[in-house]
Each structure stands twice: as C-alpha cells, then as structure tokens.
Design a protein around this ligand. Structure first.
Ligand SMILES: [Zn+2]
Length: 193
C-alpha cells in the first residue's frame, strides 16, 4: 500500500502506540495492519459430521468443515450459517462455540503478515441434503469418525472440532447481548451463568 485510501496522498510512517506505523501525512489515516475474521461450522447429524472438499487453492482437494470469511457488516453466526448453506447446501442453526483459533502470518489482503481469528461453531442441521457446486466445492457429505479417519487429506483443525463436538462437551453460547457507544449490538459468548 503506497497511497492513502482516504485522501490518496503518499503514505509515510508515524510513531503511534510504541511502534512505527504506516500513516498519512495529510489526513488522520493510520494503518494498524491486516486483520480478518473467519468462521467454520461443525454440523452433526446422526453422529456424522458434514465435510466439504475444497475445489480451489489453497488446499485444493482437502476435506474440511464448511466455513469462510465474515463480512465486515455481518453477524458472525449469520456468516457461518451462510457458509454452510453456500458450500454444502445445508440449512443449519448455531448451537455453541467449540473453539477459537488465532494465527499470525500467511498472506494478508495487501501483502505482508495477516492476523486471523477463526471461530469454530457447532450447528444443528435444519434441512437439506449435502450438495456442492462442483467448482468451488467438489464434494460434500456427512461422514462418521471412522470414515474420516480412513480419508486422506482431511484438515487437522476440522478433525479436532468434530472430535470435540462428538465428545458431548458444552461450548460457549451467546450468553449476553447489549449495546455500548461505538459498539452497537454486541453479543458476548460465554458459559451460561
Ligand atoms: Zn490521507
């Protein structure tokens, strides 16, 4: 990124919060880095988990739980339900949060390192048999742990989430909702009080 996305001036750096950051010399724009939020859904039906096979790189040919990026104006529980429907054709509803993965590195949207938080949800299927578009997704179906163990190229994170979901443990649920200045419509996920 060479030019300011707000005013198109050439960017420089400014010391802010203890480190040099990319900043605009002519307006208040300050670049804090590249961050993204992802979500994935463990959908269990009759003791079997929903998996999809990736049709595109990275990870083409690998099986994983459905998921993707959260849009900046989208509630995360809507995002995971949307991804499950788009990728596997299954309508599903969020039950709880199984875990949170944080990763630093990889390629950000503007190059350079990226920080990603990925929230893994458990969902209850409401309807629809698994289908795929044959392009972005080249396989979709419900599989038992035995079947998954016999498949090669299954994402390790997905296996972990499925094992966790099938173990019967309880995860974080939307425990509290509220609104604060600059943070309208927040949801706090936690263990029930
Ligand atoms: Zn500017």
């Amino acid at each position: 990124m060479k030019y300011c996305p707000m005013c198109a001036a050439e960017l420089g750096t400014r010391l802010e919060g203890g480190r040099d950051r990319v900043a605009c010399p002519s307006c208040s724009y300050l670049f804090f880095g590249d961050f993204s939020i992802g979500c994935g859904g463990v959908v269990i039906r009759d003791g079997k988990a929903l998996l999809i096979r990736r049709g595109h790189e990275p990870g083409r040919g690998w099986w994983q739980i459905p998921g993707g990026y959260v849009e900046h104006d989208e509630v995360i529980t809507d995002a995971v339900a949307r991804e499950v429907l788009e990728e596997a054709g299954v309508r599903a509803k969020v039950i709880d949060v199984l875990g949170i993965r944080h990763s630093v590195g990889g390629a950000g949207s503007i190059g350079g390192p990226s920080s990603n938080v990925y929230v893994m949800f458990r969902l209850e299927p409401l309807g629809g048999e698994p289908v795929c578009d044959g392009n972005e997704v080249t396989g979709a179906g419900y599989f038992s742990m035995e079947e998954i163990a016999a498949m090669d190229r299954v994402q390790s994170l997905s296996k972990f989430g499925i094992e966790w979901a099938l173990s019967g443990r309880v995860g974080f649920t939307p425990a509290q909702a509220g609104s604060d200045p600059n943070r309208p419509g927040w949801v706090l996920y936690g263990l029930p009080i």
